[in-house]
Structure formats: C-alpha cells, structure tokens
Design a protein around this ligand. Structure first.
Ligand SMILES: [Zn+2]
Length: 241
C-alpha cells in the first residue's frame, strides 16, 4: 500500500476503538474491541494485564517467551519497553495512554492485529475443530500467534508476510502430508512466505517469541518458513540456524 494511503488507513484505525467499544457494549452480542481500563505497570495483575501480554508477546527478546498469566512482572515490563521502542514511543515499560493508542491503531475490531486475520490462519475449515485441541483453544492460539507475527512483520520493515498454512485439522494435516505431531494441529503454527527471503524470516523470528522455527535446509521446508509458539526446535541449516 502506498505510504500516503497507509497513513490514512492508520488514522482511520486510530479513530475506531471508542466507536467499536460502544457498539459492542450496546448490542451485547458482537465481541467488543478491547479497550484497556487503566494504566498498567510492573506489579499489577488482572485480565487487562493478560490482554496486554498477548499484544506484546512478540517482544520477548532473543530466544525467549513471556508468560500470558495476567501478572505484570519484569519480563512483561521488558516486552512493553521493546514494543514502545519499536514504535518510537518513550520506552518506560509502563503501559499508559500512548502505548494503548498505538495498540488500538494496530488492532482490528475483532482484536486481531490489522495485518493478519483468522481467515488467513485457518484455510482448513471454519470451525477450528478437528485438531489436537478444542476449537476454542486452537482459535485462541492463532489469535496469540497473530500478535507475534505483527511484531515480526514490523521488525522487518512493515512489508507483507504471507501465511501459506495455519491451523489444520487432522484430516487437513494428513491431506498435505504434515507430521502427526505438527503444531499446525494446535493452531499455534504458521508457514510463512512473502516479500522477505526465507532466511531473513527464519533468523528474525528468533526475536519474536517463536520456539519452533523450521526453514531452508530442514527437510520439506525449502519453500516456506514454519514458525510456532509451542515446540522447541530451531532448524534452518542453510541459514545458519
Ligand atoms: Zn508448518
């Protein structure tokens, strides 16, 4: 998207949260776009901290993950600082109005980050069922995964990243010859292609909360990079990973 229309889009996105929240609350049916009720800092806890952790989980530092546990500890603070720095905000590790405004500008009405959708993360079925976990768990894992992907996308200059495969039911996984213990069956995996080289994706993903990265040189991964939150194997020998 050209720079000027991207700005216009972001400006529109910033204006959405208040309206979307009001609509969601009055209708009582549609899920409201999440709005943070208070400033959050180290030592606070609650469901709002959990929502913040989901949105900064792509900023854990190298080879790390932050717990989505509703407890604002040192690792969450460090992640908030990295998020703030990544978007040119004062990096004090306290999530206040400026951080929330940035989060809202990155958040669609269904709370997914603006550059990724549930539809992209599930080309297998519309129910999210049939995998190794419940449909709700698979969809929730995909939601969390998307915020990590948004961080990866931003770190690589906000250029498009394409999801060639996300959640798979057992039958969808069998149909593509996926491994029987594939993280795709859990909803927390995505196969990436797009405008970057595969090695660029594989190497950069190590900073954004992915514990399972498979790319060039690993059997069957010559045309995409597999990233997942769960799992523990990094292997992309042709990229030095
Ligand atoms: Zn994969």
């Amino acid at each position: 998207m050209p720079q000027h229309s991207r700005r216009a889009f972001l400006a529109a996105a910033v204006a959405i949260p208040t309206t979307a929240t009001v609509v969601g609350l009055t209708s009582g049916t549609a899920q409201a776009e999440y709005a943070f009720p208070r400033k959050l800092r180290e030592g606070t806890s609650g469901s709002d901290v959990k929502q913040l952790q989901i949105r900064v989980a792509g900023y854990p530092g190298y080879n790390s993950v932050i717990s989505i546990d509703g407890e604002f500890g040192p690792k969450t603070k460090a992640a908030v600082k990295r998020f703030q720095a990544a978007y040119g905000l004062a990096a004090d590790g306290v999530a206040g109005p400026a951080s929330f405004k940035k989060i809202y500008s990155l958040q669609s009405a269904d709370n997914t980050p603006i550059h990724f959708t549930y539809g992209e993360l599930n080309k297998c079925n519309s129910s999210w069922g049939g995998g190794r976990v419940s449909a709700a768990t698979a969809k929730s894992s995909a939601f969390r995964l998307m915020w990590k992907l948004e961080a990866l996308r931003h770190a690589l200059g906000d250029r498009p990243i394409t999801i060639s495969s996300g959640f798979r039911s057992v039958s969808c996984n069998n149909a593509v010859g996926g491994h029987s213990s594939s993280r795709h069956l859990y909803g927390d995996a995505a196969d990436l292609t797009g405008s970057h080289s595969l090695c660029t994706l594989a190497k950069r993903a190590r900073y954004h909360g992915f514990r399972n990265i498979l790319g060039p040189g690993f059997d069957g991964h010559g045309d995409h990079v597999h990233v997942a939150s769960g799992g523990s194997t990094w292997s992309a020998p042709n990229c030095g990973v």
